[in-house]
Design a protein around this ligand. Sequence first.
Ligand SMILES: Nc1ncnc2c1ncn2[C@@H]1O[C@H](COP(=O)(O)OP(=O)(O)OP(=O)(O)O)[C@@H](O)[C@H]1O
Length: 337
Amino acid sequence: MSAMISVDGLVKEFRKVRPHEGRLGAVRTLFTRHHDVTRAVDGVSFSVGEGELVGYLGPNGAGKSTTIKMMTGIVMPTRGSVRISGLDPWRDRSRNAARMGVVFGQRTQLWWDLPLRESFRLVGAIYGVSPADYRESLARFVDLLDLGEFLDRPVRQLSLGQRMRGDLAAAMLHRPRVVYLDEPTIGLDVVAKDRMRAFVEETARAGATTIVLTTHDLADVERLCPRVILIDHGRVLYDGDVRGLKAAYATHRELVVHLAPDERTGRAPAISPGDVLGAEIVSQEQGLVRIRFEASRIAVQHLIDSVNRNYPVRDLSIVEPDLEGVVRRIYSEGLTP
Ligand SMILES: Nc1ncnc2c1ncn2[C@@H]1O[C@H](COP(=O)(O)OP(=O)(O)OP(=O)(O)O)[C@@H](O)[C@H]1O
């Protein structure tokens, strides 16, 4: 797979003038300037192959949007390089823009007062899409994103879910080679999220479009992203598949036990910490007990035997941490592999 996106040692610093305090501070600020420097992106390197779909993840302020802005040519890197299909997005801004599509979940790129259909027509004209390609793409998007019902309504009258589907279609009309999706499911209900995801999935499957997806919704990631790049404080913490991420960070498991209630009292017994030595009882309520243990330190069979021997077990299962739990832990504890 040849690289569509190559990011190498990318750094972005934002400088802001720090005002002098006190009397005459504003005047002094005019003459002697001190700068506060924020390093939003701090030496990021990765490459994305043609037709690949990558989740670009990180907590608030991690540097995701700034990286995307450098890839789209909106922001100039302080150091390092970005190449999109060989182009420098900052220097070759218009050529780069002609080949890319962008969806920002928080704002629309459509014309507020125009019917959706007219917005599409304008996008088609701006990018010089041929009438035949335009007709074919539009028919496909109407079908896949179920746009028919509101195609003739002004954008301002659309629900968020309808508008987002419109935005996605508009971003794809000129058949871009790279698409940046920044929080494409934010604020959507379950059905609308599902439509968006199905569309992204279908686009990825077709294999002609490279997709970079930024999201805080880990259900998006579980469903869509074979690979994730996780950043924090402007640096790459992890680059690989979701299974590897779980293996690297999710070292604990949970034994979930359902206990039968006592026939006389109707209440289930409580498990004593002494019977699960080395593990931690996270919660126990009405016979449902969650016991957390480090998979590398405790033999699970030993734990199960001990519980079975001492308590009236009705059901028992081992739960691996889900992506949500893993990522929450990484964000809050800042672990490194
Ligand atoms: N134009 C700017 N001027 C100064 N600082 C900025 C600017 N843009 C971003 N930053 C800072 O750079 C850091 C990274 O911001 P960025 O928006 O890239 O994060 P993010 O990962 O996209 O966060 P979120 O998930 O909240 O969108 C933050 O500390 C932010 O305050």
